[in-house]
Design a protein around this ligand. Structure first.
Ligand SMILES: [Cu+2]
Length: 142
């Protein structure tokens, strides 16, 4: 019993100390990112032109040091939560970076249901504190 407790405590301590090292770039509490013309439940055809909205912060290229700024990331069929909000956003087919400061993209998706979500990353691709993350919407590609 004691040993289990110690292991759980060690895991918790580890989580807390990793949290403290990242995700420190502040964002205004009311900042938000959103899909300008896509809504939950929409039926669309591929390729999709997606426009990224932002309020309360500025879009700048990755690597730019500027208060209350960042760049967009599109999450496809995935999300970020817990400790994944404290580290750089992965770069792969499900996590698309718009590090030049793009505010729109043409995206090809296979037919069927997909989820989309936007998250802002700081100069080092780490979500802000608090995270600036959109609603996760589900669309159907016909
Ligand atoms: Cu990025």
């Amino acid at each position: 019993m004691d040993r289990l407790y110690a292991a759980a405590f060690a895991a918790l301590t580890f989580t807390l100390s990793t949290t403290a090292t990242a995700g420190e770039t502040p964002a205004p509490a009311d900042a938000k990112v959103y899909f300008i013309d896509l809504n939950d439940g929409d039926k669309v055809s591929s390729p999709i032109d997606i426009r990224f909205g932002i309020e309360g912060m500025q879009i700048v290229p990755a690597g730019t040091e500027q208060e209350y700024s960042g760049h967009h990331h599109l999450l496809i069929d995935t999300t970020l939560d817990g400790a994944s909000l404290d580290v750089p956003i992965p770069a792969d087919e499900q996590h698309i970076h718009f590090g030049s400061g793009q505010k729109e993209a043409r995206v090809e998706l296979s037919p069927g249901e997909h989820t989309l979500q936007l998250v802002l990353g700081d100069l080092n691709h780490i979500p802000h504190n608090p995270p600036v993350i959109s609603e996760r919407i589900t669309i159907t590609v016909e």
